[in-house]
Write a protein that binds this ligand. Structure first.
Ligand SMILES: Nc1ncnc2c1ncn2[C@@H]1O[C@H](COP(=O)(O)OP(=O)(O)OP(=O)(O)O)[C@@H](O)[C@H]1O
Length: 351
């Protein structure tokens, strides 16, 4: 459906997007996840033909976005980070303009506009001036514009930035419902958003695709080895001796040894379940197990591991340290704040 090959964008000697390749298949919600400045907007702008790539190709349903832009763009609806709204128009006037620009046949326009307003729950606001709408309704208007012409693919750049928590939930639900009829690609710097909404996650860092899979598979991939956290009653020597006798254990990491309790994390190389072996070994040596837990790897852990070198992200967000930048990625509320910050970045960054 969409095939991106070696997509690259350079601004002078800065490479914003570096040889990205991926494919998008029908009927799923894809999430582009990455810190501020990772290259998400640049990628989306290239996919939608807003800006030209320095290298590489984007082919949409067989049409190259640069060579056959009209055919390729027909299949795409785009809601950029800053929705292209005309503040002095009413919602309906704006949507009529959008329908005209999308070359929706005249006879179909009014029905399509009514249907789309219904889908995004905007009908009761149709005669309001856009400048008088709340941010949530402005976003719905932008979304309605993206849906005009019923394109197969909807591309949404940070669709919930700047919305209040209630509006965020409503827009996320709306996005999920859109996936029944459309393939959706959205970008976000917020992990919880991507894991709440997306079937497939592409993690981007410094313009590189560092991982792509379902949230569940990414977690499995990162687990790689089985990790068990244990608290065992006994001495460290006893526990170490017992664990040494279990050949499947590849690594042991003793984290504490106090008050007759040993805390240890053990890893196996394969996916073999060694819990029973540990149980019987401890029972035989009369060392009760007080706690045994499989370590859970969350999407957050993966994201941090894959993007922890992202010093540039810290610079771009204006955060004073990596830790701050990473914290902002993990913090849902951060979506409220960056609005002005991002605008600042943009003003400084855009050519
Ligand atoms: N027009 C431009 N001229 C120069 N540099 C640019 C331009 N647009 C983007 N950049 C730079 O390219 C990099 C990627 O920017 P991009 O906006 O794609 O990131 P992003 O992941 O979408 O982040 P954000 O969420 O902050 O928009 C950044 O370092 C940015 O400063």
């Amino acid at each position: 459906m969409i095939e991106v090959k070696n997509l690259t964008k350079r601004y002078g000697d800065h490479t914003a997007v570096d040889h990205l390749s991926f494919q998008v298949e029908e009927g799923q919600i894809y999430g582009f996840l990455g810190p501020n400045g990772a290259g998400k907007s640049t990628t989306m702008n290239m996919i939608t033909g807003y800006i030209a790539s320095t290298e590489g190709t984007v082919v949409i349903n067989g049409h190259d976005i640069l060579e056959e832009p009209e055919e390729a763009k027909k299949d795409i609806g785009y809601l950029p980070e800053q929705p292209p709204l005309y503040m002095d128009m009413t919602v309906i006037e704006y949507l009529r303009l959008a329908a005209e620009l999308k070359k929706v046949p005249k006879k179909d326009r009014e029905n399509m506009i009514a249907d789309i307003m219904d889908t995004v729950q905007l009908t009761h606001m149709k005669d309001r001036l856009i400048k008088n709408l709340s941010k949530g309704y402005k976003q719905r208007t932008g979304l309605a514009q993206a849906l005009m012409g019923y394109p197969e693919v909807i591309i949404l750049d940070e669709p919930t930035v700047g919305l209040d928590p209630k509006q965020i939930i409503e827009i996320r639900d709306l996005i999920k419902s859109l996936s029944k009829k459309h393939t959706v690609i959205l970008s976000s710097h917020i992990l919880s958003e991507v894991s709440a909404v997306c079937d497939y996650v592409m993690i981007i860092s410094h313009g590189h695709l560092v991982a792509s899979d379902t949230p569940e598979n990414l977690a499995k991939l990162m687990e790689g080895e089985n990790t068990l956290e244990l608290t065992i009653k006994g001495s460290r020597t006893e526990v170490e001796g017992m664990l040494n006798a279990i050949p499947e254990i590849a690594e042991k990491n003793f984290t504490s040894n106090e008050n007759g309790l040993v805390q240890v994390n053990v890893k196996t190389e394969g996916n073999e379940d060694i819990r029973e072996k540990i149980f019987y070994a401890c029972a035989e040596n009369q060392c009760p197990i007080l706690r045994m837990e499989n370590t859970h790897v969350s999407l957050e852990d993966i994201f941090l591991e894959l993007t922890s070198q992202d010093n540039a992200a810290a610079n771009n967000t204006g955060a004073s340290s990596d830790a701050e930048a990473i914290q902002s990625l993990m913090d849902d509320d951060a979506s409220e704040e960056p609005e002005t910050q991002e605008e600042d970045n943009r003003e400084g960054g855009q050519e």
